[in-house]
Design a binder for this molecule. Structure first.
Ligand code: FES
Ligand SMILES: [Fe+2]
Length: 421
């Protein structure tokens, strides 16, 4: 395996001034700490809810349950180039405004106005109250005083973000320089979307841990490959091309492994037929004339993929072969979360391309299941507290960074709260 240059200090972890001592996972098993994270992180940072292409026309909407922030929101395209977010709650007596058969289930659709199921109040796409049943029965009542309560929403490169904190800095400030160097990537070209969702029995940070290090990949996922390849992978180990941290966000840049493999006999027949596998499609749709400066930060010829963590819970993986994966981790308690994996491709031009994309997606899901299985085994053991300190290697730098960042948000928030009292 080629050895990639580490920084002069000899380790990435020391280069970024991150502590190298063994770590505690108390922050992933404590219900109290989780409650603090809800206030300090999920009610104050910019949270991604997908892309503008999900809202095809004026009036297109979707709802999102964000348990960690204690909110349900509705996102709507209110004008040709205008998007809004509202608390999904009726101004009359608090009924959930947009839902179908089950109030807890997320929905999407197109409408001209939102009508409450309870007493029929109607709100326009801009949140304005438009109709009240028996309006004359209300006291000193002016509809203009009762719009839907809005949530801050900003769009960056077609990605929709909301923030429950009215005092938070604007999204582009929050993203910082490293992530803004992705600007110009033609994300809108990737409009063929495949989604996968799972309820996972682990703390949300543990799953991010599993996707910001690939140290585990040759071992945990090794058996996915044909036998000979699997032995080779385990022998190689894993070393990233590049790690970077910028404020709360981070990236790991990785080599492309075997897409396409040098020796096609090393992969399964279906992969040879459909020209896709472990790392997605082997062929590129050729829609990215030039990489923005934020991609392939090591400028390495073996570059295959960059995984960006947008703190707290959103990851974008951009592949050299021109497809995108995103992950969202939505906490539902200190030891459970909902994982969403979404793959974005350039729309297929024929049936074979479609199958290539489907194979990439099912391969990814198989991986995610292998990871998720391990997470539940880890969470239950961490909770026994039989062992409470764990050594992390240099390839696990981003785990240290994530947990340290999350703890800092909690500490700063608790300090401000104490100062305000
Ligand atoms: S609660 Fe919505 S109309 Fe009464
Ligand atoms: Fe994995």
């Amino acid at each position: 395996m080629p050895h990639f240059p580490k920084p002069a200090e000899g380790s990435w972890t020391e280069h970024y001034g991150i502590d190298t001592k063994p770590v505690s996972y108390q922050d992933s098993i404590s219900p109290e700490h989780y409650e603090q994270e809800r206030d300090a992180i999920f009610r104050r940072t910019w949270l991604n809810l997908g892309r503008v292409e999900q809202l095809k026309r004026v009036g297109s909407y979707f709802t999102k349950e964000i348990a960690a922030a204690g909110a349900s929101v509705v996102i709507v395209r209110s004008g040709p180039d205008e998007y809004r977010a509202f608390y999904n709650m009726c101004r009359h007596r608090g009924n959930k405004l947009v839902w179908q058969d089950y109030p807890g289930v997320e929905v999407s659709g197109v409408c001209r106005a939102f009508t409450c199921k309870y007493h029929g109040w109607q709100f326009g796409l801009e949140g304005d109250l438009q109709f009240v049943q028996q309006e004359e029965e209300f006291f000193d009542f002016d509809k203009a005083d009762w719009p839907l309560r809005s949530v801050r929403l900003e769009v960056w490169e077609g990605w929709i973000f909301v923030n429950f904190d009215d005092d938070a800095a604007p999204l582009t400030d929050y993203l910082g320089t490293m992530l803004r160097k992705l600007e110009g990537y033609p994300f809108h070209e990737f409009s063929q979307v495949y989604k996968y969702r799972a309820e996972v029995g682990s703390n949300w940070k543990l799953f991010i841990d599993a996707f910001t290090e690939f140290y585990h990949a040759p071992i945990l996922h090794g058996r996915q490959a044909v036998e000979e390849e699997s032995r080779k992978l385990a022998g190689y180990g894993y070393e990233a091309l590049w790690y970077e941290v910028d404020g709360p966000h981070n990236v790991v840049s990785s080599w492309g492994g075997m897409s396409p493999p040098k020796d096609e006999s090393m992969v399964k027949p279906i992969e040879r037929k459909l020209r896709a596998g472990l790392f997605g499609p082997w062929d590129s749709p050729d829609v990215v004339p030039e990489l923005p400066s934020g991609l392939n930060p090591a400028n390495h010829r073996a570059w295959g993929e960059d995984s960006f963590l947008f703190f707290p819970n959103f990851m974008i993986l951009i592949w050299e072969r021109q497809w995108i994966l995103t992950y969202h981790y939505w906490p539902t308690s200190h030891n459970t979360h909902i994982f969403e994996g979404t793959a974005y491709f350039v729309p297929p031009k024929n049936a074979r391309e479609r199958l290539t994309q489907e194979l990439s997606m099912v391969t990814f899901v198989e991986y995610a299941l292998q990871d998720a299985n391990t997470l539940e085994a880890t969470q239950t053991m961490l909770e026994t507290q039989a062992i409470t300190e764990f050594p992390l290697c240099d390839q696990e730098i981003l785990l240290r960074h994530l947990h340290t960042t999350a703890r800092q948000y909690v500490a700063e928030y608790e300090n401000t709260k104490a100062g305000a009292q």
